[in-house]
Design a binder for this molecule. Sequence first.
Ligand SMILES: Cc1cc2nc3c(=O)[nH]c(=O)nc-3n(C[C@H](O)[C@H](O)[C@H](O)COP(=O)(O)OP(=O)(O)OC[C@H]3O[C@@H](n4cnc5c(N)ncnc54)[C@H](O)[C@@H]3O)c2cc1C
Length: 383
Amino acid sequence: MTSVDFDTIVIGAGAHGSAAAWALARRGARVCALDRWAPPHARGSSHGRTRIIREAYFEHPAYVPLVRRAYELWSELERATGRTLFRRTGGLTLGAENGVLVSGALRSAREHGVEHELLDAAGIARRAPALAPPRGTVGVLEHRAGMLFAERCVEALRVAAREHGARLETGERVLRWDASGSAVTVTTDRGTYRALRAILAAGAWLAPLAPDLGVPLVVERQVIHWLTPRRHPERVTARHLPVAIWEYEPGRMFYVIPDVGDGLKAALHHQGPTVDPDAPAVPASEREQADVLALVERFVPDAAGIVSESATCLYTNTPDGHFIVDAYPGAPDVLVASACSGHGFKFAPAIGEALADLALGTEPRVDLTAFRLSRFATRPPPA
Ligand SMILES: Cc1cc2nc3c(=O)[nH]c(=O)nc-3n(C[C@H](O)[C@H](O)[C@H](O)COP(=O)(O)OP(=O)(O)OC[C@H]3O[C@@H](n4cnc5c(N)ncnc54)[C@H](O)[C@@H]3O)c2cc1C
């Protein structure tokens, strides 16, 4: 029998890698998750205090079963760790009725029976007095949406993984892996490990570890901002304001997350430049702050006081904006996850569970067909 150190080595232990480690460890697998830094950290894609979770999924209905499973697992993680990870605020998807946001959210809601209300501009302003929707704006209001406390979630996943016996190494950078022998050999800047399987979950740094992926991954800079309201601060708190994504021009979106003590969080969704994740992050520019302030001035005027804080973060985008969760080409014992494209955090425990299923050879609970690599070779992206 092959002598190995672990059943599975997870390369990258941010949101998805830690979730995979938790899922594997609680099923009795010997798992080691390696990270070049110490998650939760502020260099990758999982920092910035909050993330939106929503179910009327404008990106594609295929994500709805996945997010439903994620809701269950986030609750389980809250119970297991005794930490509050989620706050329900309701969620609004706003824009023109025929825009990609609203029409996509309605499609998912209708196909999967997601409880929702369709609001006109007056209805939106009644539900969320801080919002100033122009005439003709419609909103899809879903009740179960809210925010996840991002760093707390990553920390909780790691605590839970460790409690089930996972080994979590930090400050250890994976240099390469090799699956050509009887086991997967992982070489780091500290040593060499052998495992039956490996999972690549390196976020913005996946591309150099996955040279045969056959799919370009583009790392995009994103800037997030916190604003001190200029009046009616209570209107932008989680009691009165749902998390909201707004298609303010065709194909252009920004989002706001209510103030939970540090100001209203606001950011553009995409529209950032391509960057090298290894280059030092450039702080937010005055222009980037002014752009977001102008949008808040237009659509959430009460909140348009001053930008009190900004931070940068990274999206890792696939060509069609959908996730990759699959076996690595030519290496069936190596799995690869790129569950970002700017919307992957909410799914982390469900993606982790799916990766564990694939690693352990059990049928994934959620259909992963939409996330296979073969879609890039043989058919157009999901319609
Ligand atoms: C500004 C912003 C806002 C977002 N908003 C939302 C939202 O509201 N809702 C939502 O669902 N999603 C959102 N997302 C997307 C979501 O946060 C990401 O999809 C998710 O965090 C990706 O997790 P990850 O595990 O892939 O990456 P990360 O958590 O960054 O983890 C990757 C890890 O791999 C490690 N690593 C890399 N290379 C190596 C190596 N060679 N050796 C060892 N370790 C390595 C890194 O140190 C890192 O810890 C947002 C993202 C950003 C940037």
